[in-house]
Design a protein around this ligand. Structure first.
Ligand code: IPE
Ligand code: IPE
Ligand code: MG
Length: 251
């Protein structure tokens, strides 16, 4: 049976988040410049967007550029920004054919004007689509997001719009950039690193983590299916007693 057929369509994660890592190492292994790794990573993005859409995953969040990535060499940042504009321009038509809605989370005002403009155009063009929601995390970090939420909450408290005594975790969530979607059930990180690197810090509280050594430019649909199958074999407990133990207790 092929991998795709092994997936139980009735217990799909609604939201999958991905840390697309390893472009630089992929290029270094081939003895070419890092930017070639980033360029080849675009095909991997196509593959996961298609795979997630075909399966019926509702939200796919891709970590494309972190707050800390601004500390990379200028040439790499410029190359990445140019690639981003080009890819979004080229891919929008195909995304539309696949009924994909596009959203962006992050401090987008930090992005170069050309990138920002193209992004907003594509977001608007794809806004009525009802298939997969593709969320690009750009100039994003979990700590930036939480800090931004705290600032907004404090401003609302100062103006009387928010009562500090009534703040609970749902209130905090409503101030996060991700308030429109559920927390990810599954996080996939490529390239063998086992860390979160300032990605969805609040939202990952109970997310299943999946690490693969595959470098991002080599990532294909089958790798995505493998991760989903692995996820479906796990038991999520949310701090409670295991379903199996409960059954034993009651018997
Ligand atoms: C991920 O690949 C892409 C971005 C962070 C923009 P890297 O560029 O981090 O590749 P490695 O980790 O150096 O191999
Ligand atoms: C995380 O990868 C950020 C993105 C994939 C956009 P990094 O390569 O920046 O993370 P570290 O530096 O290895 O933690
Ligand atoms: Mg990296």
């Amino acid at each position: 049976m092929n991998l795709k057929e092994q997936i139980d369509r009735n217990s799909l994660p609604r939201h999958v988040a991905m840390i697309m890592d390893g472009n630089g190492r992929w290029a270094e292994k081939k003895g070419v410049e890092r930017i070639f790794g980033h360029r080849n990573g675009v095909e991997s993005v196509r593959q996961v967007v298609e795979a997630a859409g075909e399966l019926g995953v509702e939200y796919l969040t891709l970590y494309a550029f972190s707050t800390e990535n601004w500390n990379r060499p200028r040439t790499e940042i410029d190359g990445l920004m140019a690639l981003l504009t080009r890819s979004i321009t080229n891919e929008t038509k195909k995304l539309n054919e696949n009924n994909v809605r596009l959203l962006v989370i992050g401090n987008v005002s930090d992005l170069p004007k050309s990138v920002h403009k193209q992004l907003m155009q594509s977001v608007k063009f794809l806004s009525k689509n009802k298939g997969l929601t593709l969320v690009l995390a750009l100039s994003y970090s979990g700590r930036w997001e939480i800090t931004d939420a705290v600032k907004k909450m404090m401003a609302d408290a100062a103006s009387g719009k928010l009562d500090p005594d009534r703040v609970d975790s749902e209130t905090v969530e409503s101030y996060l950039a991700t308030s429109f979607m559920p927390d990810p059930e599954l996080l996939i990180r490529t390239s063998g690193e086992r860390r979160i690197s300032n990605f969805l810090l609040w939202q990952l509280a109970y997310t299943e983590l999946y690490f693969t050594p595959v470098l991002w430019p080599d990532y294909r649909k089958e790798h995505f299916y493998e991760a989903i199958i692995d996820f479906q074999r796990r038991e999520r407990r949310f701090g409670k007693v295991s379903g199996k133990s409960r059954a034993l207790l009651n018997s």
